[in-house]
Design a protein around this ligand. Structure first.
Ligand code: CP3
Length: 345
C-alpha cells in the first residue's frame, strides 16, 4: 500500500508534483499487441474477459512490455449489461451487439435487477490476481462505462453514428430515460466500488459517446446521473472522467465530477485545462493516429503536449482515445519513453 499510494499516477490524480509525467494508454491491452492476438486466436473476446487467469495476464503484459505507469483492467464496459438479460454479443467486424434493445418504460422495467459483486465474480477475481501479480509496482485502474454511454448501447443496440434512437427516447419519453439512467448510475457505482474493494486504486469512467450531445442536453439529461455515480464511489479513490468530442462543454463534465478529466485530441491541452480550471487534473491527449507516424515525429508531438501542460502538477499523459489495432508496438514504446524522458524534472 505504502509504495503504490505515492506512485506518480496517484500523486498526479491528487495534483501533487511528480518526478516525471505518468503515462498509460487506453486500450493498452488489445489487438495491436501480438501477445493479445495470439490469445484471441484461441478464445472469444467474452471468454477472455470471463477467464480471470487470462484476463489478468492480458492486463499485466503491456505494463511489462511498455513500461507504463498503470495497469488498466482487461474487461469491457458492456459486461455490466449482460446480466440485465439484454443479450450481449461481440460479432466479428461489427463490434458489440445488444439483442433486446430498450425503447420504452416497459423495457426499462423488464431489465433484470442484480448485484454486480455477485453477477460478475470473474471481474473481481481478475482485479485480485492482477494486484498480486503487480505486487505494488504500479497501480491498477478499474473502469466502467458512464451511464450515458452504457444507455446508448442499450437503446441503439450497438455503436452508432448519430445516436438518433437515444435522442428520440430522451426527447419523447424523458421519464423512461430518467428511469434508465437512474438504474445505470447506481449499478455503475456499485460495480466500481466492488472493483475498488478488490484492489483497484483508481477508476476511470468512460463517457466515450457523450460528445454527440449538445451542451444543454448533456446538462439536463446526463450530468445529474454521472454526478450520482461519482458521488456514490468509495471516498479517497481517484476518479478519471473521460469523454471524447466534448470540448464545447468541458465545464459541465467537470461539474459532473472527477479528480481528473480525460480529453481527446480535438482540443489543445492548455486551453482545455484553462477551461476546466487548474484545480482539477487533466489526462490526455495525443491523437491515437499519431502513433502511426515515425518515432521522431511521435517524440515531437509528445513534447508539444508536455509543453502545453507546462510541467504543472495534475497531468497524466494518455492518448485522446484508445490505441488503434494498426499501431506498431515499437511506436507505443517510443511514446512512453519520450514522455518519461522529456518530462523528467
Ligand atoms: O486495455 C484496455 O483499455 C482495457 C480493456 C478495455 C476494452 N474495452 C477491451 C476491448 C476497455 C477499457 C474498454 C472500454 C470500452 N469498451 C469502451 C470505452 C472506451 C472507448 O473505446 O471508447 C467502449 C465504448 C467499449 C465497447 C466496445 N468493446 C466496442 C465498441 C468494441 C468493439 C470495437 C473494438 O475496438 O474492437 C469492444 C470490443 C473490445 N473491448 C475489444 C477489446 C480488447 C476488442 C475485442 C476483440 O479482440 O475482438
Amino acid at each position: 500500500m505504502a509504495i503504490t499510494s505515492t506512485h506518480p499516477i496517484l500523486a498526479a490524480c491528487r495534483r501533487e508534483q511528480t518526478p516525471y509525467t505518468p503515462v498509460w494508454l487506453m486500450r493498452q491491452a488489445g489487438r495491436y499487441m501480438e501477445e493479445y492476438r495470439k490469445l484471441r486466436a484461441e478464445h472469444e473476446f467474452l471468454d477472455l474477459c470471463k477467464s480471470s487467469d487470462l484476463a489478468a495476464e492480458i492486463t499485466v503484459t503491456p505494463v511489462e512490455r511498455l513500461k507504463v505507469d498503470a495497469a488498466i483492467l482487461f474487461a469491457d464496459i458492456l459486461l455490466l449489461l449482460e446480466p440485465m438479460g439484454v443479450g450481449l454479443e461481440y460479432t466479428k467486424g461489427d463490434g458489440p451487439v445488444i439483442q433486446n434493445t430498450v425503447s420504452s418504460r416497459t423495457h426499462v422495467e423488464q431489465l433484470i435487477e442484480f448485484d454486480p459483486a455477485e453477477a460478475l465474480p470473474f471481474v473481481f477475481e481478475t482485479v485480485r490476481k492482477v494486484c498480486t501479480a503487480l505486487n505494488g509496482k504500479v497501480p491498477l485502474i478499474g473502469f466502467a462505462g458512464a451511464p450515458f454511454t452504457l444507455a446508448s448501447y442499450l437503446v441503439e443496440g450497438g455503436s452508432s453514428r448519430n445516436y438518433l434512437k437515444t435522442k428520440r427516447l430522451i426527447y419523447s419519453n424523458p421519464g423512461a430515460w430518467r428511469g434508465l439512467m437512474e438504474r445505470l448510475s447506481s449499478l455503475t457505482a456499485k460495480y466500481l466500488n466492488a472493483q475498488i474493494a478488490a484492489g483497484a486504486e483508481a477508476v476511470q469512467l468512460f463517457d466515450s459517446w457523450a460528445g454527440c450531445l449538445s451542451p444543454e442536453d448533456y446538462e439536463r439529461f446526463v450530468l445529474p446521473h454521472t454526478r450520482a455515480t461519482i458521488t456514490g464511489l468509495t471516498p479517497g479513490v481517484p476518479v478519471i472522467h473521460f469523454s471524447t468530442g466534448t470540448g464545447g462543454f468541458l465545464k459541465s463534465l467537470r461539474a459532473a465530477g472527477g479528480d481528473v478529466i480525460g480529453v481527446d485530441w480535438r482540443v489543445n491541452l492548455d486551453t482545455a485545462w484553462d477551461d476546466l480550471g487548474h484545480d482539477v487534473g487533466i489526462q490526455g491527449n495525443l491523437d491515437p493516429a499519431a502513433l502511426l507516424a515515425s518515432p521522431k515525429d511521435i517524440r515531437r508531438r509528445v513534447a508539444e503536449i508536455l509543453r502545453r501542460a507546462g510541467g504543472k502538477a495534475g497531468h497524466i499523459f494518455n492518448l485522446g482515445h484508445g490505441v488503434l489495432p494498426e499501431t506498431p508496438v515499437e511506436n507505443v514504446i517510443a511514446m512512453v519513453e519520450a514522455v518519461h524522458e522529456l518530462s523528467s524534472r
